[in-house]
Design a protein around this ligand. Structure first.
Ligand SMILES: C[S@@+](CC[C@H](N)C(=O)[O-])C[C@H]1O[C@@H](n2cnc3c(N)ncnc32)[C@H](O)[C@@H]1O
Length: 293
């Protein structure tokens, strides 16, 4: 029986996706029992794998407080005629009889959502871009406390793809002075590092300016560069000019805040026009362009 830990941090879509990635990586395929406890059952209710999921019925859930839900689950498992995968909250106690008959047990490790600037939809799109990259190298410019990185970090790790996060952790140049002053005494970098470590994400931290960070890479070596740093025109332009040459042919240049910050759109459009790139749109304010040369 395999024991697998999966991190849950407020995005059920990400959780389901990561669970599927773990199954694929380990070549595990079986019916899955979700140990959803009554108070939190919404966390797991949306899934592409619905057909393969066994859950307590609505009526059973209604009847089940936390105390008896376990019994409902163990009954399902006891009646099972084939090995199952059990998805189980890491902070709960396993009291079932037939743990050994399970194919795998997925321990769900819960984390609070990281305070940041990424919606679940944007995060899942970012995730889908990174998922395609195997044995590669990516750079995220502007990571703050790690919200965006948390959508891609473990998948990059599973794919043996190096994740580089570049930030000076003093805020964005377009933030008002008051907002930047407020964070002067905060150690955001440590918060970022801790958030990544707790969530099982391995990252190369490149502390410093975006432009200096770019100098650490050879031209034509990165599969994906994602820009989410300062949003004034000159900064975005400087980021694009510094990082674009680092991307390999067939790689992707992408970023955040295309709609929400006029100057981001202006700089990205102008840069695309001058370099023969076609800007495409992801959900929310994500933009991306393929580098074909
Ligand atoms: C909008 S936040 C990034 C949000 C993050 N991606 C998230 O999902 O929560 C912008 C970040 O870029 C960093 N930053 C802004 N301009 C920068 C520059 N020129 N060089 C390095 N870091 C910069 C800021 O310190 C801040 O952490």
């Amino acid at each position: 029986m395999e024991e697998i830990q999966i991190h849950y941090q407020g995005s059920r879509l990400l959780f389901m996706e990561e669970m599927n990635e773990e199954f694929t990586a380990r070549n595990i395929s079986a019916k899955t029992v979700m140990n959803t406890c009554a108070g939190r059952k919404r966390a797991y209710t949306e899934t592409k794998k619905d057909a393969d999921l066994l859950r307590p019925t609505g009526k059973e859930l209604q009847l089940a407080g936390d105390a008896i839900l376990g019994e409902v689950m163990w009954r399902i498992l006891d009646q099972a005629d084939e090995p199952y995968i059990l998805v189980f909250d890491a902070d709960r106690v396993f009291t079932g009889k037939n743990r050994e008959s399970l194919l795998a047990i997925i321990e769900v490790k819960r984390h609070p959502e990281i305070e940041g600037f990424f919606s679940e939809k944007e995060g899942m799109f970012y995730h889908s871009m990174v998922k395609k990259i195997k044995n590669g190298k990516i750079a995220e410019i502007g990571s703050w406390k790690g919200s965006s990185a948390s959508f891609i970090g473990r998948t990059a790790g599973r794919n043996n793809t190096e994740l580089n996060c570049v930030d000076w952790w003093t805020g964005s140049l377009d933030w008002e002075r008051e907002r930047r002053r407020k964070i002067e005494n905060q150690d955001i970098e440590t918060e970022f590092r801790n958030n990544m470590e707790e969530r099982g994400i391995k990252v190369n931290v490149l502390k410093g300016t975006s432009v200096d960070g770019a100098k650490r890479f050879e031209d034509g070596t990165l599969d994906l560069v994602f820009i989410d740093a300062s949003h004034d025109f000159d900064s975005v332009w400087g980021d694009l000019a510094a990082w674009y040459p680092k991307i390999k042919s067939g790689g992707t240049l992408s970023g955040h805040n295309y709609d929400s910050h006029e100057n981001v759109k202006k700089a990205a459009d102008k840069f695309a026009a001058e370099n023969g790139l076609e800007i495409k749109r992801g959900p929310g304010s994500i933009w991306f362009a393929k580098k074909d040369i």
